[in-house]
Design a protein. Sequence first.
Length: 441
Amino acid sequence: MANLITIKKGLDIPLQGNAKDETTEDSRTEVFAITPDDYPGYTWKVAVKPGDTVKCGSPLLCAKECGDITLTSPVSGIVSDIHRGERRKIEFVSVIREGEQTQAEIESDGTLLSGLRKSGLFALMRQRPYDIVPDCNTAPRDIFVTAFDSAPLAPDLRLNIDDKYLESGLKALATLTEGKVYLSVPAGSEIKSNAAEVFEFKGPHPAGNTGTQIAAIKPVNKGETVWTLDAVTAARIGEFVETGHICYDTVVALTGPCMKNPHMIRTTIGAKLSTLLEGEITSDMGKVRTISGNVLTGSRVDITDGFLRYPYRQITAIEEGDSADEFMGWASLSPKKYSVSRAFPAFLRGLSKPFSFDARIKGGHRAMIMSGEYDKVFPFDIYPEYLLKAIIARNIEKMEERGIYEVAPEDFALPEFVDTSKLELQKIVREGLDYLRKETM
């Protein structure tokens, strides 16, 4: 019997556009790309040049600090572009799929850890503290695997999981730590494991966030390191261990109020959005914002030249709202306006019914208001306002006292959503973690 943990603090945002169960095949996309910004913690340098022929699993980029850690090509084909931005920063490396799809030979020293680094699977994991690709010189105290996502309109991760490979992956992960592997599943799930300690989670978002699960099971203290990953990555590791091959297929949920027909689509990691979303976006709702990921933590991408970004499982389309013309503006009493604090009469129709949110902030930036509103949606045993103030002040001692080692930017996505002050809390936490790492390592 799995351990059951109930999360009471949180919020399920009722966004329109939930994907239907039907799954289609992406047969049009021919260009795929890897974006280094999706893999924080290392400086990535290019291992190929335009025109090079690569196979699935061939290294496209490698870490400057640890050359064994690579980002690999999701398809066989020709390297088409190494796109650079300001100060020659690498924005993405793209590959055109051509010919028969074959797997590259992974040249490792025979150990599991070396194989994961060379295959690119190591870069799909994250480390706490700092929320980065794991430090190649540090062994984890424990490893946490989440088998569900509770974010708005998030798909069921089991669509991308082969149970046989998941168990193999969990067994492999258990050899990388002297501690335990913890597997978090939704309450009532049929997912079982003999290789990991299973915990069931019940409650609103962020119950599916790894940070919430770590805080409830075994929090991270100063001087400790844990690794985190989703069950999809664990299954990929299991398949790699069993077959020597890497699976780059993914089932992506096309979601949001601006999708004509929200549904699932089977494609490949890093797919180009202009072909993946061709004919999928409504044209009668004004300017549309396309997000690779969910509306709380996803990356804003340009539909013309953008690509599917890590963690490669959801695309959301919502209105920008910059041309909205509402009677009485912010003072409108329309029941279509959602409010956590019941400032609008929408609660009379039921706040659980789907709303068509747009990208407007609907307020101005101001000083942080110590109202306790963050605490209502923040299930950690820390005071978020005080931690944020310590980060803004760059006071390392206070940051450590107030729980900086436990958190990642995604843990502050809901507080950012309900924030009266309209502060960019995730950006503040990201900058704080980077500053702490720079000053203490």
